[in-house]
Design a protein around this ligand. Structure first.
Ligand SMILES: NC(=O)c1ccc[n+]([C@@H]2O[C@H](COP(=O)([O-])OP(=O)(O)OC[C@H]3O[C@@H](n4cnc5c(N)ncnc54)[C@H](O)[C@@H]3O)[C@@H](O)[C@H]2O)c1
Length: 490
């Protein structure tokens, strides 16, 4: 992540600062531009701009401009420079945007980020974001969707309006992920595509399905965010959908009906996943492949074998998306303990079906304790949460909205890591050497090239050890089934 070159300086602008002329909003309407009318404090100082009043400043992470200490009085040199640039000062809402000359080597004010003409769409971003450079805002907002991040809820509330605000030329180079969704018209595909379209991390969204993609793409394309959206329909359009992609997410396939196991989907979904991943191997072999289609315990080995067949296999770039298990575990633990689910993190390892789903409650942060009977019930609920939704939907499918959320969380983490953000960790079902199962889910450190390293299983309780031992035979069987399927494919 590039360091920002803009900082906010407080107390620079006097009431004599020039007002700007009216400006045009992204919708084409002319909005009156507010001039500086900052009231003075009891000490005669002007309050800091934007969120720099005490309550709000505390809620912006310090490294993103939050916290009072960054607002500082001007040195003489800075004051001189501020006089020079006064005509370029930008005032929006309660915010004052000013260049931040470096005391060591003052830069010509004209080159300052904050002085560049701002596109109208940026100017209407919420006041509390005005003093942040686009790269920071993007990563801050992306993080705000990550429930593990200890960021204030206010960031999440800013999400949609701020996302809509950051667009165009000043958006950082790094926020340019090209993402394809295969199965985009389905119950998961549509809300997942909506979340991706709403993200500043994504610049191009290509949507593929065997039905309805022109409509889904037309609908999404009207949303006022910068990602371009295009629909692709039918196998002949699949190559164009995939070319140039950085990330491919695959929720294509049939979902469960009441009474079905995930493995019951194998016959239909194995062929769908094998066909789609073969196209990925041909047309975007370098892309990160995120498989949502069930049974994940088999569709990941299928994907790996298909990529091997095409001679482009890279185990660091093939992910079985199990994030929904983590999301559910966090939610259920939070419910039982009266915690904010956004601040709970339960690693879930193993696989993605019934007893192969192994929540490590002993590693939960914050630390939580349950009596054994409550623990057993909790783990059972996490393992059968998908079935809970299938039953509640009574034949109308399986989890779609929570899965779309979980899929988006995983993609955003992946893209963050690809952009160079450090310390990004997600669990995922991958090629693994942690157990004698060739594929296994553990917490992973993600990086620019996919999986940087597996963080392993860590210290676990005897109960969790037993769960792993019980899961391994089923996991091995599902993996073998997937591998055999590809070997026997004509
Ligand atoms: N990994 C998880 O945690 C998780 C959670 C929930 C559901 N799932 C799985 O996700 C899959 C999709 O679920 P859903 O509820 O969105 O199903 P859905 O039936 O609503 O949507 C599936 C979509 O895939 C499309 N499709 C079918 N064959 C295709 C092909 N050959 N190429 C491209 N698209 C194709 C369909 O047209 C449809 O639009 C299911 O396999 C389900 O079991 C996984």
């Amino acid at each position: 992540m590039k360091e920002p070159d803009c900082k906010m300086l407080s107390g620079l602008v006097g009431a004599d600062s020039p007002s700007h002329s009216d400006r045009v909003s992204p919708t084409g309407r002319t909005e009156p531009h507010r001039t500086t009318t900052h009231p003075k404090t009891a000490h005669g100082e002007r309050p800091s701009a934007g969120l720099r009043d005490s309550a709000d400043a505390a809620e912006i992470p310090r490294d993103l401009g939050g916290g009072a200490p960054e607002a500082r009085p001007l040195s003489r040199g800075q004051a001189e420079q501020s006089r020079e640039v006064r005509c370029s000062v930008e005032v929006v809402g309660d915010s004052v945007l000013l260049p931040a000359p470096s005391p060591a080597s003052p830069r010509p004010a004209r080159l300052s980020h904050a002085l560049r003409p701002r596109p109208a769409c940026q100017r209407r971003s919420p006041p509390q974001l005005q003093h942040l450079c686009p790269g920071h805002v993007c990563s801050w907002l992306a993080s705000s969707l990550d429930p593990r991040a200890s960021l204030d809820r206010r960031a999440a509330r800013c999400w949609s309006s701020a996302v809509a605000s950051w667009a165009g030329p000043d958006t950082g180079q790094e926020n340019n992920a090209k993402v394809a969704v295969l199965g985009a018209s389905g119950g998961i595909g549509q809300p997942l595509s909506l979340l991706l379209k709403n993200s500043p991390l994504v610049s191009r969204l290509t949507l593929y399905d065997i039905a309805h993609t022109p409509g889904v793409a037309a609908d999404l394309s009207h949303i006022e965010t910068r990602a371009t959206v295009k629909g692709y329909l039918g196998p002949e359009q699949l190559p164009d959908c995939l070319k140039g992609c950085d990330v491919v997410v695959i929720p294509a396939g049939v979902p469960r009906k009441p009474g079905m196991t995930r493995d019951d989907l194998f016959n239909t979904n194995a062929t769908i996943v094998a066909t789609l991943t073969a196209a990925c191997a041909q047309h975007c072999p370098e892309a990160m492949i995120c498989i949502i289609s069930n049974p994940v315990n088999s569709t990941i080995p299928i994907t790996a074998e298909v990529f091997k067949k095409h001679g482009v296999y890279n185990p660091n770039k093939i992910f079985g998306v199990t994030t929904l298990d983590i999301v559910r575990a966090n939610t259920f633990v939070a419910e039982l303990k009266g915690l904010d689910p956004a601040r709970v993190n339960v690693p879930v390892i193993g696989g993605h079906a019934g007893k192969t789903i192994i929540p490590l409650i002993s590693q939960c942060t914050p630390k939580v304790d349950f009596p054994q009977d409550q623990l057993t019930t909790l783990i059972g609920r996490i393992q059968e949460a998908g079935t809970e939704v299938v039953k509640a939907k009574a034949g109308a499918g399986s989890a779609t909205l929570s899965m779309a959320y979980a899929g988006a969380r995983f993609v955003f983490s992946l893209v963050d890591a690809m952009n160079g953000k450090e310390g990004v960790i997600e669990c995922s079902f991958i090629k693994s050497q942690e157990t004698d199962c060739p594929y296994f889910s553990t917490p992973l450190l993600l990086g620019k090239k996919g999986i940087e390293k597996s963080l392993g299983i860590g210290k676990i309780s005897p109960f969790e050890e037993k769960m792993i031992a019980e899961a391994i035979p089923e996991l091995k069987a599902s993996i073998k089934k997937g591998e055999e399927f590809v070997k026997n494919m004509k």
